[in-house]
Design a protein around this ligand. Sequence first.
Ligand code: NDP
Length: 444
Amino acid sequence: MSINFKNFVKQVSVNNPNEPEFLQAVTEVVEDLIPFINEHRPDLIDQKILERMVEPERVVSFRVAWLDDKNEIQVNRGFRVQMNSAIGPYKGGLRFAPDVNLSILKFLAFEQVFKNSLTSLPIGGGKGGSNFDPKGKSDQEIMRFCQSFMTELQRHIGSETDVPAGDIGVGSREIGYLFGQYKRLQNNFSGVLTGKGVQWGGSYIRPEATGYGLLYFVQCVLDYHNDTMEGKTVSISGAGNVAYYAAEKAIQLGAKVITLSNSQGTIYDKEGFTLEKLHFIAGLGRDLGKYAKKYSSATYHAKENPWQFKCDIALPCATQNEISEADAKLLIKNGCKIVAEGANMPSTAEAIKVYIQHKILFGPGKAANAGGVAVSGLEMSQNAIGQQWSSEKVDHRLKLIMENIHKTCVRYGKDNNGFVNYLRGANIGGFIKVAEAMKAQGVV
Ligand code: NDP
């Protein structure tokens, strides 16, 4: 008995019509898993482990009605996808963005299962959010929306059931409002959300964790190939949480970071950003054009992404499908050797084929950006034992976790010729633990 890749993907597409992002994520994973299972783990076939893994354990969809500043009623849709709890409570961020839909949240939740397993921490996978657009909303509107959203979500989550965190459009402010409402309704101060403020149960290094972890992973890749970050030219997309701290750590490690971007355009600084320049960018809000007016070494490229500039390392840190096949080819033509994903699924399936074909060292998001959820897991541990660890201790553990993830990728992704296919390594490495747990727990 064996699993047929084409039939499997076809069945997933029939079962999940109009969910292109979910199908893209599943295809990318099972392309590696099916040959592995057929060859090495036929015992998992009649257990229908893969068939079960692509079916969320539970999906909650709910109305979020709230009053805007003009006292008009607004209606959004909220979701929580509880994908897999075989190795721990569901864990994964909340995204508030106008394009949020079930397909996007199911792809993110599916990826999260593998990512969380890779961290070696006991956390399952989930994801949630709303099609609410926080841009241009007042602070009061954000608070009223978060309170209405949590009024429904609170009945589905809990510190040992499902522990959401932030993602695009959900930062420390939103986590604060969500936590406040949860506590008020449940009369319970618990670690039900991560990304909390350090004064009220949060972990040090959580805001920095995804970006820093990304650079620790890239350091491991370079080290494994007898190279270092020193003097490398790095192109980064995005100008949010992940991009900012990725840039900061890259600069601290001696690299030259030349781009940051948002949905309106890209700033390119041929001399590279300094930490001082980075602080200036942080204060700009979304108007990145102002940077090029202040610094003569920089140019602003409206409506363009950063992949046209010559770099050694590309770190996509904005959103899904932001590197097309053409972008991937351009990066390679310009000498890029490493692509490591701070964002989730920022490379299209076609772009990934180009990387593999050209033997680019490609760190997929589920491995490279796992530092965020890893420190969220550490935040859960700190909450459970009523302690708060120092920045140094959390940063040290983050480094160890990223080193371990790199080792797992090498273990399962190394070809006979020595080339490391990090994508295959991450897919198989993340899968095994979840599959074993599902098998042990019976048909549920
Ligand atoms: P933020 O909301 O802090 O920042 C997102 C950034 O990406 C903004 O600069 C935003 O620009 C830009 N962006 C969003 N959508 C688009 C688009 N369609 N085209 C171009 N730019 C866009 O989010 P995060 O930094 O937290 O998240 C970024 C990515 O990292 C996401 O894929 C997320 O899932 C992933 N991630 C985040 C983790 C975390 O800990 N926060 C953990 C692991 C992964 P603009 O303001 O113009 O919209």
